[in-house]
Structures are given as structure tokens and as C-alpha cells.
Design a protein around this ligand. Structure first.
Ligand SMILES: [Zn+2]
Length: 183
């Protein structure tokens, strides 16, 4: 197999971190991992803890869409977390992930290495989109209302949401004069 990321190297069979089957590019140092191989290894070694890395040397991230080295179809770019813009290249056709050099250490540093197989699922991707949307809305309100007003408003809202008679409380709060019979 040829490396579709750097287009110069060959993908050579190896074991990533001496753990599970993968292929490593002998030119750019990226890894090609079949999710099935990862899951098989994980099922046999459910208690393996990944070494906790804190500092990650610069991990690369190919900006262009890559071709799957096995099926030669275009791979999808998948976000892995709302904390990073880093994206994985995933071939749904064969269930394989391309890890640019440094991306595996990045996953370990973020505590995501042990759920490599989950990162590529629709469920994970949907959840990411949802929390990204929430973060965008939060940012929007913060800008609109100002920092301290938004923080206070959010505190009141959270409290109100937890009250059993919140509809009554809301109309009290929003009435021009709650002490008059006119509303
Ligand atoms: Zn390569």
C-alpha cells in the first residue's frame, strides 16, 4: 500500500505502540489503522491504560481530503473534540483511520486514544455537533448581553428551570406590575 498522505512512502505493517496492528508510512511517519484491528485488540485487552502524555510535539494535520489507501475513495474529515480543530481522516468504505504523524500522541494527551473506535461513529459526531452548536450559542449570548449580565442571566435561568412552578414564576418576573390585576 502506498501512502496517500505524503505520496512518497509505503505503508509497512507494524504495531502501534507495540499494541495493535497498524501500518506505518516509512516516509512521513503517519499510521493507517483499521478500526476492526483496534477493536479486536481492545476487546482482548480491556484494561490497558494508555500512557498519560501531557506535552505533545506539533502534530500534523493534512488540510486536504485524503484518499483511502485501500479503497482509493475520498476519506471524510472527522472532528474529534470541541477542544481542537484537529480532524481525523476516516474511510467509511473500509473502516480505516489515517493518523498523521503526532495525531496518535495527541489522542493520548486528550484521553481519547482508548475510544478511537467511538470517535468515528455517527453518535460521537452528532454529539460533537450538538456541543459545538451550544458553544456557539453561548458565545453569541455572551457577546450580545455582555459577560457579567450573561453569567447572571444564565444563573437565574438555570435556577428557574429547576423550579416546579416555573410558569408562575416567569409570569411574575415578566409582568410590568405583578401587584396589579392588570397584566
Ligand atoms: Zn506518508
Amino acid at each position: 500500500m502506498h501512502c496517500s498522505a505524503c505520496k512518497h512512502g509505503s505503508l509497512v505493517p507494524t504495531r502501534l505502540d507495540n499494541l495493535f496492528s497498524a501500518h506505518r508510512c516509512n516516509h512521513c511517519g503517519g499510521h493507517w489503522v483499521l478500526i476492526d484491528d483496534f477493536v479486536t485488540w481492545k476487546q482482548a485487552n480491556p484494561d490497558t491504560e494508555f500512557e498519560a502524555i501531557t506535552a505533545v510535539e506539533d502534530s500534523e494535520d493534512s488540510p486536504m481530503a485524503l484518499f483511502c489507501p485501500m479503497s482509493h475513495t475520498l476519506m471524510r474529515k472527522l472532528k474529534i473534540s470541541t477542544d481542537t480543530d484537529h480532524r481525523l481522516d476516516y474511510s467509511a468504505a473500509v473502516g480505516g483511520v489515517w493518523l498523521d504523524k503526532g495525531e496518535w500522541p495527541l489522542l493520548k494527551s486528550m484521553g481519547l486514544a482508548s475510544c478511537l473506535n467511538l470517535l468515528v461513529t455517527q453518535e460521537w459526531q452528532n454529539r460533537l455537533k450538538q456541543s459545538q452548536t451550544q458553544a456557539n450559542f453561548g458565545e453569541h449570548y455572551r457577546r450580545k448581553f455582555g459577560d457579567s449580565t450573561y453569567t447572571e442571566l444564565k444563573r437565574i435561568r438555570d435556577w428557574l428551570q429547576g423550579q416546579p412552578n416555573k410558569a408562575e414564576l416567569k409570569s411574575y418576573l415578566l409582568a410590568d406590575d405583578p401587584y396589579s390585576t392588570k397584566r
